[in-house]
Structures are given as structure tokens and as C-alpha cells.
Ligand binder design. Structure first.
Ligand SMILES: *Cc1c(COP(=O)(O)O)cnc(C)c1O
Length: 360
């Protein structure tokens, strides 16, 4: 038999999260961000379900190719743009739009012989210092792009926030002001807000919002869960109890033996581990749901298995389902225990996890 571990993707939750975003951001259009295989939920599956998205944001041309191959007709924006001159032909073939964040990309466009106009978004670095033209160079980059016959005259303007998950953070206000200073003098649709921007910074919604995490029902705002804002988790990770063992007081559980039984007690063994993508950094005390009731991990997460404390769970039986995250146990909470964010956990499911879907 194959392993019991499965990740169920809730198509209804994806749809309802998109509608919730539409409501919040209206009248802005929604560019649904589906990079990293739809944040681990399955790129094609997510894009097909989100047929009401106005556009999709992807990390690379290969993602755009997959979306076109599955019949997606909406606008698709490649968030890091072309990586080499030869990419321009591929962008045309697939009908993709390119972010332009670097002078080398303008050189490739200027040297390209194909006269058809490519749709582009100018990325301005207002303080994240990852991709984008410095504010001082943005207007000139815009003029150079605008002068090219093979660039569509309708150039979008884009920036990305570094700290929008921190309410009232000064950095975000500075970034919005820097963007406004440049964009005020240029035509073109504007796009600033990621998920946290949509929630925390209404002024940043502009013409296009670019949410990722909230579509999947995950918040990165510290101490919050997306459910508090009306979003539903789109992934439920489940496995089952494969053993129940009586372990004596003073005995150690798991590798390195750093969790010691405080009394004679039942320890449950669950078929999931870091080989499935469950974080090895999740310490003792991290919750799981056994038959809908909370239990805690004890000892280290190993490759295939975890151990849980069964005190107070006298009715537990081998074969019982154990929910690792999803409805009733937010992935944000597990991430906080493991010292990371929910995004990293849902992106990290390995190939041996079985993916299922339901309409829920
Ligand atoms: C990932 C990403 C987003 C989406 O961010 P979320 O926090 O998931 O909403 C938006 N824009 C860009 C440029 C990104 O790289």
C-alpha cells in the first residue's frame, strides 16, 4: 500500500478566496499569483479553478507555457521577465507579458527584429532592493521602452513591498510615496499590492492587485490567520496513526531523545515526516488534529514519521486520521511553531504526497 499522506486541494475555497479578494480590492483587477506551482497547490489546477482572475502572475516562461498548454486564455505576466534575448520569441508565441526590471532586458528588446509589440510592465524598485529600476532611473527606462516600436505603448507600472505584512510600517509608506512620485508623471496601469498590501494598505490597491498567499487562504501578517479575514485554507494535509505504543515514565522519544515521558503514557506514531515536506524544525508542542481534537508532537520530526502525545485521547485507534494543517488547524500556526511562514510549508510538499481535490 502507498503511504497514507495526502494533500487535498479545496477548489471551492480557491474560488471563494478569489471572490473575497475581488470584494476587498474592488474596483482593482486581480492578477492571481501562481508561482511555485501555485504555491504548491498545483499550477494547472489552480489556474483552471480561478477562471475569474483577470490575469495570472508567474515566475518564469515555463509556467506560462504550462498555463497555455492547459488552455488558460487570460493575460499572463512573467514576474521576472525575459532572462535572455531568445525569450522574446517565446513570449510572443505564448502571448505572455513581461516585467522589465533591468537595462539588459531593454537592450534585448531594442535588438529584437520581431516588429510585433510586446506588452510590458516596468518594475520600479521603491525599497525592496530585489528587482526593479531605481527611482532615479525609472522615467528614463520608461522613455526608452516607450520609444521602441516592438513594445506596446500601454506600459504598466509595478513595484513590490518588502514589509507590507507589518501594519503601519514606515517602509511601506515610503515605498508608496516613491512609487507615486514616479507614477504621477506617467500614464499606465499601476500595481503595488501583494496579499498583505490588499489587507493592510487600502491606498495601495490601485488598478491591479497581485495576491498570492490569500488565494490559498494563507496570511503572512504576524500572529494572524487568513481565516480571520474571511479566507479559507485551500490545502488540507492529512495522514493517519500507524501505531500506538505504551512508553514508560523517564523514557525518551525519537532521535536524540530530547523528549522524556513525564509518566507512563501512550505515544502515537503518525505517517508523515520531513520526507513528505512536514517541517523538521517543528518542535515538541506543535499541534496536530487527531479525530478533530488537538494533540501535540513529542520528540523530533523524522523522515517518515512523527510521534504525538496521546494523553487525553483514550479513544485513539490505529488507522485514525491525523490532520497536520488545513480546516481547523491553520498552516500559519504550524509555521509559527516551525519558525517559518505558511507559504514555505505549502510549497514544500514532496513527490510522495498524494494530491487529491474536492469541491469544498
Ligand atoms: C510573490 C509575489 C506576489 C504575491 O505575494 P503574496 O504575499 O503571496 O500575496 C506579488 N508580486 C510579486 C512581484 C511577487 O513576487
Amino acid at each position: 500500500m502507498s503511504r497514507a499522506t495526502s494533500a487535498t486541494i479545496h477548489l471551492g475555497a480557491l474560488r471563494s478566496n478569489l471572490e473575497r479578494l475581488r470584494q476587498l480590492a474592488s474596483p482593482a483587477q486581480v492578477m492571481a499569483v501562481v508561482k511555485a506551482d501555485g504555491y504548491g497547490h498545483g499550477l494547472e489546477r489552480v489556474a483552471r479553478v480561478l477562471d475569474r482572475a483577470d490575469a495570472f502572475g508567474v515566475a518564469c516562461i515555463a509556467d506560462g507555457q504550462r498555463l497555455r498548454a492547459t488552455g488558460i486564455r487570460q493575460r499572463i505576466v512573467v514576474l521576472s521577465g525575459i532572462d535572455e534575448a531568445a525569450d522574446i520569441a517565446e513570449m510572443h508565441r505564448l502571448g505572455l507579458e513581461s516585467v522589465v526590471h533591468h537595462a539588459s532586458q531593454i537592450e534585448w528588446l531594442a535588438a529584437d527584429a520581431d516588429p510585433r509589440p510586446l506588452k510590458v510592465w516596468l518594475k520600479i524598485d521603491t525599497g525592496m532592493h530585489r528587482l526593479g529600476f531605481a527611482p532615479a532611473d525609472a522615467a528614463q527606462a520608461y522613455r526608452r521602452l516607450h520609444a521602441l516600436q516592438n513594445v506596446d505603448a500601454d506600459i504598466g507600472l509595478m513595484t513590490h513591498f518588502a514589509n507590507s505584512d507589518v501594519a503601519e510600517d514606515e517602509q511601506t509608506q515610503i515605498q508608496m510615496q516613491r512609487f507615486e512620485d514616479i507614477a504621477a508623471k506617467l500614464p499606465g496601469a499601476r500595481s503595488l499590492a501583494n496579499s498583505a498590501g490588499v489587507l493592510e494598505w487600502p491606498q495601495s490597491r490601485a488598478q491591479w492587485v497581485r495576491p498570492g498567499g490569500l488565494l490559498y487562504g494563507i496570511s503572512v501578517i504576524a500572529g494572524s490567520h487568513a481565516a480571520q479575514f474571511g479566507f479559507r485554507p485551500a490545502m488540507t494535509l492529512v495522514s493517519k496513526l500507524v501505531a500506538i505504543n505504551r512508553v514508560g515514565k523517564g523514557e525518551a522519544v525519537g532521535y536524540a531523545g530530547d523528549w522524556i515521558c513525564p509518566e507512563d503514557m501512550d505515544i502515537g506514531v503518525v505517517q508523515i515526516g520531513y520526507g513528505d515536506g512536514y517541517p523538521r524544525s517543528a518542535p515538541s508542542g506543535t499541534p496536530v488534529l487527531l479525530n478533530g481534537r488537538r494533540a501535540q508532537i513529542v520528540g523530533r520530526v523524522s523522515m517518515d514519521l512523527i510521534s504525538i502525545d496521546l494523553r487525553g485521547q483514550a479513544d485513539a485507534r490505529v488507522g485514525d486520521p491525523v490532520l497536520l494543517w488545513g480546516e481547523g488547524l491553520p498552516v500559519e500556526e504550524i509555521a509559527a511553531h516551525a519558525g517559518t511562514i505558511g507559504y514555505e510549508l505549502v510549497c514544500g510538499m514532496t513527490r510522495r504526497v498524494r494530491f487529491l481535490e474536492d469541491e469544498g
